[in-house]
Every structure is written in C-alpha cells, then in structure tokens.
Design a protein around this ligand. Structure first.
Ligand SMILES: O=C(O)c1ccccc1NCC(=O)[C@H](O)[C@H](O)COP(=O)(O)O
Length: 212
C-alpha cells in the first residue's frame, strides 16, 4: 500500500478526519505559506493523534536550532526541508525522519538529489513553479519521478495530486509515497471532507482491484 501524507494541516478536525480515513502521515507547515500553522496549535493537534501516524514539520531554510526546538515542542516525528538546505544541514536531525524536497521541471533536476542520498531518509519530488516553494496544485511528469525510484532512497511524489489522478500517479511513478495538500482542500489550510473521503475511497478501490 502506498504511504499517504496529507499536508497543510492547521486544525484538529482535519487532522482527525485524515487519520480516521487512513493517512500515514500529516504535514504541518512552518515555512512561509497560506497553510502556515503556529507551533502552539501544531502541538495541540499532535498530542492526541495516533502514535503510528507520522507528524512531519515542513521548513524552508530555517535555523537548525529553531527547527530542533519546534520539533521537540510539537512532538514531530519527521522533518521536511523545502529550501536550499545542504546535505550537511540535513544531518543535524538524527532523532527524526528527514525528507528533502526537490522541485522538478525536467529530468536533469533529478541530479540534484545525488548529494543527499546518504544524508536523508526520503526524497520528495514536487512540481517546479517559479517563486512558489510548495503547495502549487500543479503536477509534473511522473515518468521523471519513476527514474528516481530504486535509487536507494524511498521516493515521495507531490504536486497537484487529488482523487482523480492519484491512482495514475501511483501507476506511472510507482513511488513509496504520495503527498497531497491543495487537492483535498476547500481553501488554503482547510481540508474538504468530501475531497478527502473521495481520495481514500479511490485509493482503497485500487487496493481491492490489486488483490482480486
Ligand atoms: O503547501 C504549501 O503551502 C507549502 C509552502 C511552502 C513550502 C512547502 C509547502 N508544502 C509542502 C508540501 O509537502 C505540499 O504537500 C506539496 O508541496 C504538494 O502540494 P499540492 O500541490 O498542493 O498538493
């Protein structure tokens, strides 16, 4: 079963709904974003979440000490870096699952991942849109992501994924995981119950088909 992360969680009802439907991980954005959540609210959301759901903090070129403090305070289990963080920077967080994101426009962009393969736990491939670091709502060619799969570090794909294209994304890229933000929102930072339910229904129907 593909690992599913629902990103841009800002409130308890959305977090609980995503977990009850089957999310494996929730993302809390501490980088500049319309989905940014403050650490106190993130801590309140996280403290009642199931133990086995990963709580991933999303940061962009943040001071190492600030990341460590927020991670400890909120009870994060993973850290996702969306900026120009170096491989050396990524090695400062041994207690946490570290995800480095790369914005993809063309196949050559995959070369940027090479220096990180020994320093991170997961690689996230997201869509390149000028001046938009994440949450673009736009897809990139998933055939490119397929070339990164099997490269030694599990691959998550992100960018413009929703209920109507998630199974195709999985079929084409064959990733370890899928990351979804705006595709299950009614507005930035607020999840849409119907879109979320439809997403998991679609994913589950694929699993049923696979095991028939
Ligand atoms: O989502 C944001 O607003 C965001 C802003 C700044 C840095 C990272 C951000 N999101 C990180 C994610 O993991 C998103 O889920 C990912 O970019 C996919 O977004 P979407 O295209 O909306 O599904």
């Amino acid at each position: 079963m593909t690992w599913i992360k629902i990103c841009g969680i800002t409130n308890i009802p959305d977090a609980k709904l995503a977990c009850s439907l089957g999310a494996d991980a929730l993302g809390f954005i501490f980088a500049p974003s319309t989905r940014k959540v403050n650490p106190k609210i993130a801590q309140e959301i996280i403290k009642d979440l199931p133990f086995d759901v990963e709580k991933i903090g999303v940061f962009m070129d943040e001071d190492i000490k600030v990341v460590q403090e927020i991670a400890e305070y909120c009870g994060l289990t993973g850290l996702q870096f969306h900026g120009k963080e170096s491989p050396k920077y990524c090695k400062n967080f041994a207690k946490y699952k570290v995800i480095k994101s790369f914005r993809i426009k063309e196949e050559q962009d995959l070369e940027k991942t090479n220096d990180y393969l020994e320093n991170v736990d997961l690689i996230l491939l997201d869509t390149y849109v000028p001046a938009v670091p994440g949450g673009t709502g736009k897809t990139f060619p998933w055939e490119i992501a397929r070339k990164q799969v099997g490269g030694g570090v599990p691959v998550i794909i992100a960018g413009g994924i929703n209920a109507s294209n998630v199974n195709k994304a999985i079929r084409v890229a064959s990733p370890f995981g899928i990351d979804i933000g705006s595709g299950v929102e009614s507005e930035p930072g607020k999840k849409d119950k119907e879109k979320l339910s439809k997403l998991f229904k679609t994913l589950n129907s694929k699993e049923e088909m696979r095991y028939e």
